[in-house]
Design a protein around this ligand. Structure first.
Ligand SMILES: Nc1ncnc2c1ncn2[C@@H]1O[C@H](COP(=O)(O)OP(=O)(O)OP(=O)(O)O)[C@@H](O)[C@H]1O
Length: 404
């Protein structure tokens, strides 16, 4: 029998406040780095709420991990506090549209979040009532309890249709609510999202638009340093943060990835029994973070967007000598075969080109222009920036079963 006194370690040898590096952690103001201007502009757009007037509706674009959700939540939280000091009852609600992609799911989450904060005795069940009833209860709570509501719709492009946007943007005009004003903050990493919106929704929802740029290595270092107290004193080697920042900046300038690398490096130190988080752990940590990032990126993406990626994976695995990438038409041929296997009609070549552009914006794919001489003109090649075996693994693991 082992000596039970030695069976467990009583204190975490690496982390002292690991929560700071957890995915859903909302850092306090002092730990938000390099977004002063963006925060100021967002605050300016919602400021009228403090005087009881309608906040502007906002659309925020930017690549993944550029602090869009963080800044939207931070500004909303600050607005609620400041409005409170002015006797204006403001509230904000956060809806992750990748999770709640139907109108009913989104309005249910919204109503229940607003209801929780207002502590009314209204019932917002998970299911079992109609979409219209969720709306009715939402409007009733808002009118009775709040002057202002800010609705953050994260990954707004994942919504199946624009219906909830229509409802929210017209609630006042349509007389659904009279005493409460609604502001919507939509967040997306799809550059072309706006083109898909209904014209009426577009005109009311896109009053202010902001684009968040990726972080550079210095900013990523500062973001990580501001959370280094997640580790025990002296455990984190000095070289870890600069190395993690250099890797994350070179690839995508993604703060989530930088923070994930730091957390994983700590976990690797933990599991290998090392007393220090060493620079050599960063490479493995990066690989794990990369898989996470990719999984997150394709979570909830449309079947066709996945098939296009799948087609590129098939080509890349089949012919790994082709460093220059593959032409759109070649990818399209494989994509069509995949659609046939799945029993779905293929989208047009133009739509597939757009989907490839979206993947390029998210740094999953790199595009390059080539000249085929006078006979062919110019054409675009597409290369995967991620390891095709990793992509295949994630695509398989997250696939929706046929007919589901
Ligand atoms: N300027 C910053 N300072 C401190 N932490 C940051 C900053 N920007 C982002 N982060 C952290 O990086 C992670 C990702 O940020 P966030 O979720 O806001 O990105 P996003 O742009 O909304 O990404 P996505 O489009 O993938 O949802 C979060 O853990 C967040 O706390």
């Amino acid at each position: 029998m082992p000596d039970t006194d030695d069976l467990f370690i009583r204190e975490d040898p690496v982390f002292t406040n690991k929560e700071l590096l957890e995915i859903n952690h909302l850092p306090d103001e002092g730990r938000i780095v390099g977004r002063d201007e963006e925060i100021r502009q967002l605050a300016n757009a919602v400021n009228p709420a403090i005087f009881g007037q309608s906040p502007s509706n906002i659309l925020i674009y930017g690549k993944t991990g550029t602090g869009k959700s963080l800044c939207a939540k931070h500004v909303s939280q600050r607005l609620v506090e400041t409005a409170g000091e002015e006797d204006i009852d403001a509230v904000y609600a956060y809806v992750d549209c990748a999770q709640d992609s139907t109108e009913t799911q989104a309005v249910q989450t919204l109503a229940s979040s607003v209801n929780d904060r207002a502590r009314t005795d209204a019932k917002i069940p998970d299911k079992g009532i109609s979409t219209a009833t969720y709306y009715k209860r939402l409007w009733r709570i808002l009118d009775a309890r709040h002057d202002i509501v800010l609705v953050i719709l994260d990954e707004i492009d994942k919504l199946e249709d624009d219906d909830i946007l229509m409802q929210l943007s017209r609630a006042g005009e349509a007389g659904k609510i009279t005493d409460c004003k609604v502001g919507v903050i939509g967040i997306s990493n799809k550059i072309k999202y706006k083109d898909r919106m209904d014209e009426r929704v577009k005109s009311s929802l896109c009053e202010r638009e902001f684009v968040f740029p990726p972080y550079d290595a210095d900013q990523l270092s500062s973001i990580m340093r501001a959370r280094a107290d997640a580790f025990r004193d002296g455990v984190l080697d000095d070289a870890v943060i600069p190395r993690a920042a250099a890797l994350a900046a070179r690839e995508h300038g993604d703060a989530r990835k930088a923070i994930d690398i730091l957390r994983y490096a700590g976990e690797i130190a933990q599991s290998s029994g090392s007393e220090a988080v060493e620079e050599r752990f960063v490479v493995d940590a990066r690989e794990r973070a990369e898989t996470d990032r990719f999984r997150e990126l394709i979570r909830g993406s449309t079947p066709h967007s996945r098939y296009v990626l799948h087609a590129l994976v098939v080509l890349a695995l089949d012919d790994d000598t082709d460093d220059d990438g593959f032409r759109t038409t070649r990818i399209y041929d494989v994509y069509e075969q995949i659609c046939r296997q799945e029993g779905l009609d293929a989208l047009s070549l133009r739509r597939v080109r757009d989907l490839l552009k979206e993947h390029a914006f998210l740094d999953i794919v790199e595009q390059s222009r080539h000249s085929g001489g006078s006979a062919e003109g110019t054409y675009t090649n597409h290369t995967l920036l991620e390891d095709p075996t990793v992509i295949r693994e994630v695509l398989t693991e997250t696939a929706t079963p046929k007919g589901a």
